[in-house]
Every structure is written in C-alpha cells, then in structure tokens.
Design a protein around this ligand. Structure first.
Ligand SMILES: Nc1nc2c(ncn2[C@@H]2O[C@H](COP(=O)(O)OP(=O)(O)O[C@H]3O[C@H](CO)[C@@H](O)[C@H](O)[C@@H]3O)[C@@H](O)[C@H]2O)c(=O)[nH]1
Ligand SMILES: [Mg+2]
Length: 265
C-alpha cells in the first residue's frame, strides 16, 4: 500500500513523548490507515536520545522517521520542512507533547478528503482547554485569536493541530510563506491559494496539558506574533492599510487590559 497520508511533528527535546505519540497514533489509525500513513518528526538537534527512540520504533515496524536539522531552528520552519518532505497528499501537523490527542488524527484526515485545509479547533461546543492550562496563556491565546479575525474565518487559527492537501502548498508562490514565528497555520491560511468556494474544515478537540518536557513558548513569541500579523495584514490588505493594523494593535491593548481587569475584579 502506498503512502497517501503524512503526520508531521515538530519536536525539540521531546524524547519522552515520542514513543507514546507513535504507538497511540498508529493504534488510532487502525490497520488500513496505518499502512497508508507515515510519521515524520522534525527535530532541531535535541541530542536527548530522540533519534535512538525513533530507531527503536522503526525496528518494531512503525513507519516513522526523524529529520534532524543542525543549521536551522524554529517551530514554523520545522513544520514546513516536514511538509515538503512528506510523501502523502494529505498532511496533518501536530505537537509532540500529546496536547493534541493522536486519537483525533483519523477525523482530521477524513475531513481533509473533502476540505483543502482543516483546523483542529478548541473553540466548539463540547470541547475546550484543560483547566490546568495557565490563565495567562488563555488570555494571550484569545487575544491573538481576536487579532487574526480579519485574516481568516477559521475559529482557531492559533492551533498547532491542523492539516492541508499538499497540492495547495505546492501551488503557493516561492517565497510567499514566511517560516518565522510560531503560528504557521495562520500564515498558511492567509497565504495559500485555497479555493474561495470551499470552506475550511473544523474538527473539535480538547486541548490537554503537557505531562513530559517543557513548553518552548516565551515572551519573544508574542513579539514575533505581532510582527507576523503586521506582515499578514500588509499581504492581505496592502501597505496602505497599515492603519488598520495599528487600529487593531490599539484594540489589542485595550482588550488585554479589559481581560486582566475582569480577572482581578
Ligand atoms: N523542531 C522544533 N520544534 C519545536 C520548536 N519549538 C517548539 N517545537 C515543538 O513544537 C511543538 C509545540 O511546542 P510547545 O512548546 O509545546 O508549544 P505550546 O506552548 O504548547 O504551544 C502550542 O499550542 C499553541 C496554542 O496555544 C499553538 O499556537 C502552538 O503552535 C503550539 O501548538 C512541540 O512538539 C515542540 O517540541 C523548535 O524550535 N524546533
Ligand atoms: Mg505544548
């Protein structure tokens, strides 16, 4: 059976999560799904035993490999590297740390057969975010989501759990996709030549908390996000509409103040 589906996982110092993710993912795919799916970790030279972990899983028969980058770093560029290396026409991206349930991957692939792009969304009835996810992360996430509203109709463009049909990536103009920053789904949603008459697929999932390893999100990511937003606004609405961006920046500040005010009082 040939490979039609690829799962790409950016990973930095995720050794302890590699085995549970791989075994849970292939179990969830079932016999037929597993035969047509490859799993690719894109690791930035973690040197924590991740490579050996993947080799052990290969020996057990799993279709898994690891790309180790030694000259580049960064979440978005790791995801794009995996996308370009993927053999499948249908590609899902997910985090290594099990905050994205491997059991939801088959639903994302199903959805992708009829949608050019699919988002695993945390904002839908019946799902949500684990109660232990820190409050400041919720505030940042909902603010960031609101700021992206003019760029996409997707309910959760900040999600790191998403997928696309590879042909749309190959149709994008060279140099259009910027691989800086953390929000690669938003970048792709705003810039890929996705057909206007086909909606973005949405699959609700519950966002867990990390049990092994640490988050790589830092204050720098927020600055990078604002830079990315500015660039996307210019891409979508033209340089003259920078005013629109500034307006949104002001709304953002007011919104953060409002959120903190409502938390405190
Ligand atoms: N190769 C590589 N992988 C990285 C890097 N930085 C992070 N990763 C990997 O990218 C995944 C997400 O990183 P986390 O550090 O766990 O991010 P997070 O704070 O949980 O943020 C996640 O949730 C956000 C939603 O609020 C998402 O916006 C974000 O993209 C990510 O999915 C993990 O598998 C992590 O190992 C990097 O520089 N290089
Ligand atoms: Mg995480």
């Amino acid at each position: 059976m040939s490979i039609t589906q690829s799962v790409i996982v950016p990973a930095y110092k995720e050794k302890l999560n590699i085995k549970p993710l791989t075994t849970r993912l292939f179990a969830a795919l079932g016999n037929d799904g597993a035969k047509s799916t490859e799993l690719i970790f894109v690791d930035d030279n973690s040197q924590d035993g991740s490579v050996e972990e993947v080799e052990a899983l290969q020996k057990q028969g799993y279709d898994v490999r690891i790309i180790v980058r030694t000259t580049e770093r960064g979440l978005s560029s790791a995801v794009l590297r995996g996308f370009y290396e993927a053999k499948g026409d249908y590609i899902i991206c997910m985090d290594a740390d099990l905050q994205h349930p491997p059991e939801s991957v088959p639903s994302l692939f199903d959805n992708l057969k009829t949608h050019p792009f699919v988002i695993g969304t945390r904002y839908a009835p019946g799902v949500g975010i684990d109660k232990d996810w820190p409050l400041y992360r919720r505030v940042i996430s909902s603010t960031a989501r609101m700021m992206a509203r003019p760029l996409t109709t997707a309910s959760d463009p900040m999600s790191g759990f998403f997928g696309l049909q590879k042909k749309y990536l190959l149709e994008a103009k060279d140099g259009d996709i910027d691989s800086k920053g953390f929000k690669i789904a938003l970048e792709l949603l705003a810039k890929l030549p996705l057909p206007a008459d086909k909606p973005i697929g949405e699959v609700p999932f519950s966002f867990g908390v990390r049990t092994e390893g640490e988050s790589k999100l830092s204050g720098k990511v927020i600055i990078q996000y604002l830079e990315q937003l500015k660039e996307l606004y210019v891409f979508k609405f033209g340089a003259n509409n920078l005013v629109l961006f500034l307006l949104f920046a002001i709304i953002l500040v007011l919104y953060i103040l409002y959120q903190f005010y409502s938390l405190l009082f």
